[in-house]
Ligand binder design. Structure first.
Ligand SMILES: *Cc1c(COP(=O)(O)O)cnc(C)c1O
Length: 390
C-alpha cells in the first residue's frame, strides 16, 4: 500500500521529531506523578510541568497560574462554556456564539439549551466572518459569555476576536476564544486582545494528541469556573486527574518550535497554498474559494468544484489524504454546516475539498496534489450527467 500525501493539517499534525525527543524521558525513567510530594520522582515531574506551564503562558501573554491543563481543546471548550455557565447562572442565562464554531463549542451550548439556557447563534457573511453589529445587537445584560473562535478549522478564516471581546465586555459578558487552530500560527495575546478564556490543543501544532489547555483570566476580571471533572483537586481543583506529563512537556516544546519558526513558516505556507490554488485554477474552470481570501490561516485552502458530485469527489480521489468540508457518514454525505452557513447551496457545499498544508508539506507534494485533483475533477465532469452540472 502506498502512503498518500498528507494534506489534512487542520484535522491533526504529526508529532515533530524534536517534540518526541523532548517527551521520551518522561515516559520511562522520569515517570513520576507530579502530585507525589514525598520523593524526587514527583518533584522532577512537577518541575517539568511547571516549566511547560510557564512557557505556554508566556506564549499567549498570560501568567502561569492562569493555565489549566486539559485533555485537549474539546475538553477546554466544555470546561470554559459549561464551567462559566454554572458559575455565573445567577447573573443571566444567555450565551452568544457563532454558527461556524467547532462542534465542541456548539454541542456544549446545546447541552445548556437543554437545561433552559438561551443561546444566540450569530450568522456569518459569504466570506465566513461575523458582522460585529450582529454581536452588538445580540448581547444583553443577561449575557454571561460570548464564544468566538480565532481561526476556523474548515475554512481557515480569522475572526475579529479583539473587537468582539471589547463588545462582550461592554455588555458585561465574559469572552471565550477557541484558539485550537490559531495558536502557533497566528499572533495570540490575551492581554492585547482582551480574552478571558482561551482553549488550546497540542496536536494541531505538531504536539501529541490528548493534551490541551484552558487559559483563565485571574484578574480584571477574575474568571470563576465550576469544575466539570471532580477528583484529586489537581489544577487548583479546576480539572482533577493525574497530569499527562509527557504530553504537557511535548505541548510546550511544540509551541516553542512554532514560536521560533512562525514568521518564516507563515511566508512559506502561504506561498505553497497560493501555488496550489493557482495550479488548480489554471487547469480547471468552476473553482471557487470558500472563506475570506486574505484573513485566513496560511496553511488552509477550501475550494468548491462546480459540476461534480460531492460523494464521487472525495471517495474517488486517490493518492492524497485530505478532507471534504462535509461530515461523511456511511449512508450519506452531509454538506458541511460551515459551508452552508456561508450560503453555499447543498450541491456545491458537498463538492468541496479542504486542503490543509503543514510543516512537512513540500512544493513537490503541492504540485502532485494539484495534478491529481485536477485530473480527478476533469474525469468526474466528463462522466457527470447534465443535471449534476446545473
Ligand atoms: C481540533 C479542534 C478542536 C478540538 O481539539 P481536540 O484537542 O482535538 O479536542 C476544537 N476546536 C477547534 C477549532 C479545533 O480545530
Amino acid at each position: 500500500m502506498t502512503r498518500r500525501i498528507y494534506m489534512d493539517a487542520q484535522a491533526t499534525t504529526p508529532v515533530d521529531p524534536r517534540v518526541l525527543e523532548a517527551m521520551l524521558p518522561w515516559f520511562t525513567e522520569r515517570f513520576g506523578n507530579p502530585a507525589s510530594k514525598t520523593h524526587a520522582y514527583g518533584w522532577e515531574a512537577e518541575e517539568a510541568v511547571e516549566e511547560a506551564r510557564a512557557v505556554l503562558a508566556s506564549g499567549i501573554g498570560a501568567e502561569s497560574e492562569e493555565i489549566v491543563f486539559t485533555g485537549g481543546a474539546t475538553e477546554a471548550d466544555n470546561l470554559a462554556i459549561l464551567g462559566v455557565a454554572e458559575a455565573y447562572a445567577p447573573r443571566g442565562r444567555h450565551l452568544v456564539t457563532v454558527a461556524t464554531e467547532h462542534r465542541a463549542v456548539l454541542d456544549s451550548c446545546q447541552a445548556l439549551e437543554a437545561k433552559g439556557w438561551r443561546v444566540s447563534y450569530l450568522p456569518v457573511g459569504r466570506e465566513g466572518l461575523i458582522d460585529l453589529d450582529d454581536l452588538r445587537k445580540a448581547v444583553t445584560s443577561e449575557t454571561v459569555l460570548v464564544s468566538l473562535m480565532q481561526a476556523n478549522n474548515e475554512i481557515g478564516v480569522i475572526q475579529p476576536v479583539a473587537e468582539a471581546a471589547r463588545i462582550a465586555h461592554e455588555a458585561g459578558a465574559l469572552f471565550h476564544c477557541d484558539a485550537a487552530q490559531g495558536f502557533g500560527k497566528e499572533p495570540l495575546d490575551v492581554v492585547r486582545m482582551g480574552l478571558d478564556l482561551v482553549s488550546l490543543s497540542a496536536h494541531k501544532i505538531y504536539g501529541p494528541k490528548g493534551v490541551g489547555a484552558l487559559y483563565l483570566r485571574r484578574s480584571k476580571p477574575r474568571v470563576r469556573l465550576s469544575p466539570q471533572i471532580h477528583g484529586g483537586g489537581h489544577e487548583r481543583g479546576l480539572r482533577s486527574g493525574t497530569l499527562n506529563v509527557p504530553g504537557i512537556v511535548g505541548f510546550a516544546k511544540a509551541w516553542e518550535l512554532c514560536r521560533d519558526e512562525m514568521s518564516v513558516e507563515r511566508v512559506r505556507l502561504s506561498g505553497l497554498r497560493d501555488r496550489l490554488r493557482s495550479a488548480l485554477e489554471s487547469r480547471l474552470d468552476g473553482v471557487s474559494l470558500n472563506g475570506h481570501p486574505s484573513l485566513r490561516l496560511p496553511g488552509n485552502l477550501n475550494l468548491s468544484f462546480a459540476g461534480v458530485d460531492g460523494e464521487a469527489l472525495i471517495t474517488g480521489l486517490e493518492g492524497v489524504a485530505l478532507s471534504t468540508g462535509s461530515a461523511c457518514t456511511s449512508a450519506s454525505l452531509e454538506p458541511s454546516y460551515v459551508l452552508k452557513a456561508l450560503g453555499l447551496p447543498d450541491g456545491l457545499a458537498r463538492a468541496s475539498l479542504r486542503f490543509g498544508l503543514g510543516r512537512f508539506t513540500t512544493a513537490a507534494e503541492v504540485d502532485e496534489v494539484a495534478g491529481l485533483v485536477a485530473a480527478h475533477v476533469q474525469r468526474l465532469r466528463a462522466i457527470a450527467p447534465k443535471e449534476v452540472l446545473a
